[in-house]
Design a protein. Structure first.
Length: 156
């Protein structure tokens, strides 16, 4: 038996770096991923596809690990980095996008992330586990944004 936890997050913020520098970091998946917390391994599957293997979390005998793969497509002309799920890799499907818009003194960033995570737990645990998983994922994304903001010279 498994439970499914769905996540839908959106963030918008401005950084001091120029749009080209921001695009260069965010469109290079290994560089971008190096700012994301609790990544155990990032595996290049070729063709713009990467498998993310997150650190195991849990208490006692219950250990969970999120593994998923996404295909990344970057477009400098429209300032976007988009990722879509790769089926058959791990226990989650994750999609999202970065929209990067340069201004005179700052760069505006919009991050959207959607995820569906399947956990090998009894259905009765969903009411307890789902909010914890959602909260932990949101904290990791917030730390990712904080790490990137620092890399880009701070928030405007």
């Amino acid at each position: 038996m498994a439970i499914t936890v769905e996540i839908d997050l959106g963030f918008e913020f401005d950084v001091k770096a120029k749009a080209d520098e921001v695009f260069d970091v965010l469109s290079d998946v290994p560089t971008s991923a190096s700012h994301f917390p609790k990544v155990d391994a990032l595996v290049d599957l070729g063709g713009g596809r990467y498998r993310w293997e997150m650190e195991k979390i849990g208490v006692g005998s219950v250990q969970l690990q999120t593994i998923y793969a996404s295909k990344y497509v970057s477009n400098r002309a429209n300032g976007s980095v988009v990722w879509t799920p790769v089926a058959g890799e791990g226990n989650a499907l994750v999609s999202g996008s970065w929209q990067i818009k340069g201004g005179k003194k700052s760069t505006n960033l919009v991050l959207q992330i959607q995820g569906k995570l399947d956990l090998p737990l009894p259905g009765l645990m969903k009411m307890v586990v789902a909010p914890l998983v959602e909260s932990e994922f949101e904290k990791m994304v917030e730390q990712y944004i904080a790490n990137l903001t620092k890399r880009f010279g701070g928030e405007v």
